[in-house]
Design a protein around this ligand. Structure first.
Ligand SMILES: [Zn+2]
Length: 263
């Protein structure tokens, strides 16, 4: 995989990551989001804040993508199903984590990002590459504070069956990226492939549904979004659903459970 370094497609072996956030950590994050929304003062923000509060303090599940605690519940079920699936693959099928930056989708308004259009485009690319095993992915967004822009990207778990289809997909992704790299909003720096340690952490990383600050300048810390962007993106996330953010190929969500179709 060394030839894939220094491209903006990151590839790491799935069986190399570990860890999952605690219930307490998720609750504390939801409490922090409550404060951000409450401070914002807009009516829709306080309404969402109240739902998040009810969820963590009164045990009334809100099922919102903006709620870290509900997100953790959803992720727990998903991780369990995916870890079971990925630990029991036939010989010759190995899952990899691939991240694609969508420079042609960079925008100053997160509301403008059409997740359905993005998913349709990449699902088509996956199908045309001839990928036979299920793909599990998610559309995510980072916010660049210096340029005040949202940068959508996709994380996905893709099977390499050593029949050339995985390489075909990577080639197509790279080619689609090269076109996008010429755009004025593309970042100039390269992202190296990243080491992965165990399936729980890899799946947890792919399906974190957590949009973060990703500065150009190293002087800025990666992490929480500024107040207004944070409340705007929480309101936007609240309008979405976990399944709307997920890019699935040969798999679907049915009744909150993952239905997987193997070749
Ligand atoms: Zn909740």
């Amino acid at each position: 995989m060394s030839q894939l370094r220094n491209t903006k497609i990151r590839v790491g072996h799935l069986l190399d990551m570990n860890g999952f956030e605690s219930e307490m950590k998720a609750k504390n994050e939801t409490r922090a989001r409550y404060k951000v929304l409450y401070r914002d003062g807009r009516r829709e923000s306080t309404q969402l804040a109240d739902r998040l509060w009810g969820c963590v303090e009164n045990d009334v599940p809100c099922h919102s993508v903006a709620c870290k605690s509900c997100c953790r519940e959803f992720r727990l079920a998903l991780v369990e199903e995916l870890v079971t699936f990925i630990s029991d693959l036939p010989k010759g099928v190995e899952y990899y984590m691939v991240t694609v930056a969508l420079y042609d989708q960079v925008t100053d308004r997160c509301l403008d990002v059409n997740t359905q259009k993005i998913k349709d485009r990449y699902r088509k690319m996956i199908s045309r590459a001839g990928i036979q095993w299920p793909v599990f992915g998610v559309v995510e967004m980072d916010y660049c504070p210096e340029r005040e822009l949202w940068e959508p990207h996709i994380h996905m778990l893709v099977a390499n069956t050593n029949d050339g289809t995985f390489e075909t997909l990577l080639d197509r992704l790279k080619r689609s990226q090269q076109k996008a790299e010429g755009r004025p909003n593309a970042r100039k720096h390269t992202i190296n492939s990243r080491e992965v340690i165990d399936p729980k952490e890899a799946i947890s990383y792919v399906f974190k549904f957590m949009w973060q600050l990703l500065p150009l300048n190293k002087g800025w810390k990666k992490g929480r979004l500024p107040q207004l962007q944070n409340s705007n993106h929480l309101l936007y996330q609240d309008k979405l659903s976990f399944s709307k953010l997920m890019l699935l190929h040969k798999a679907r969500i049915e009744g909150g459970r993952l239905k997987i179709k193997c070749p």
